[in-house]
Design a protein. Structure first.
Length: 206
């Protein structure tokens, strides 16, 4: 089964039609990079995938589940907030600006969602977060706040934070460098390792 399907997705902001019927299939364990002109709607499509934006028409399926809607009597009915949040858990997102909690350490940033949304105990969440931060090469930065970390380090915390929810798909709204095979920065290496591990990924480069 393909992991992400965008079925004739349209998205308008008032009079501006940004997405005009996007059909995209991302197969399991593949990496798809979206490139295109500035303002062409790459981020908008990515945000539709985890339902941060609601498509004006069309639908997104992640792992066979429709984001944001249920089918009832052959009609699309909006899902409840609880259902939407549950489905969103299968989609990890790394934002352009990372969106880390600035008052939390790297460790606390990664522990937060599994404790709050998955009911993990503090001890289990700490164990998992530590392992993930070690995996992205930040084992020595657990107690640092985002302001004490470089941009690339913050980005890796954001990746670890997304992975902490055991997503089926990872969305990266980010690096200009991702398409350049000559660049082997730590962030890119983490992304390559993830791809090698079979993670399905959609990467937007700006
Ligand atoms: N919330 C919003 N309200 C109104 N217009 C929006 C909103 N979000 C995006 N847009 C508009 O939609 C268009 C597509 O924006 P989007 O951010 O998806 O483009 P992009 O392809 O990711 O661009 P870039 O590579 O420059 O970041 C732009 O014209 C933008 O101004």
């Amino acid at each position: 089964m393909s992991k992400v399907n965008s079925l004739n997705v349209h998205k308008s902001f008032d009079d501006l039609e940004v997405l005009k019927g996007i059909n995209l299939t991302v197969e399991d364990a593949t990496v798809v990079c979206l490139i295109g002109a500035s303002g062409s709607g790459k981020s908008t499509l990515l945000r539709c995938v985890n339902h941060l934006e609601t498509p004006t028409a069309g639908a997104i399926l992640v792992d066979g589940q429709m984001m944001g809607y249920n089918v009832k009597n052959d009609q699309l009915v909006e899902a409840s907030e609880k259902e939407i949040n549950k489905r969103r858990e299968s989609v990890g997102m790394v934002f352009q600006a990372f969106n880390l909690f600035c008052h939390m350490t790297a460790l606390e940033n990664v522990m937060h969602a599994p404790m709050r949304l998955k009911g993990l105990s503090k001890a289990k969440a700490r164990e998992k977060a530590t392992a993930l931060l070690e995996k992205v090469g930040l084992g020595d930065r657990l107690r640092n706040y985002p302001s004490q970390l470089s941009g690339g380090q913050q980005q890796r915390v954001a990746i670890a934070r997304a992975l902490a929810m055991d997503p089926k798909v990872m969305l990266f709204d980010e690096p200009t460098s991702a398409l350049d095979p000559e660049l082997v920065g730590e962030v890119l290496q983490v992304m390559r390792d993830l791809a090698d591990s079979g993670m399905t990924m959609v990467v937007v480069t700006h």
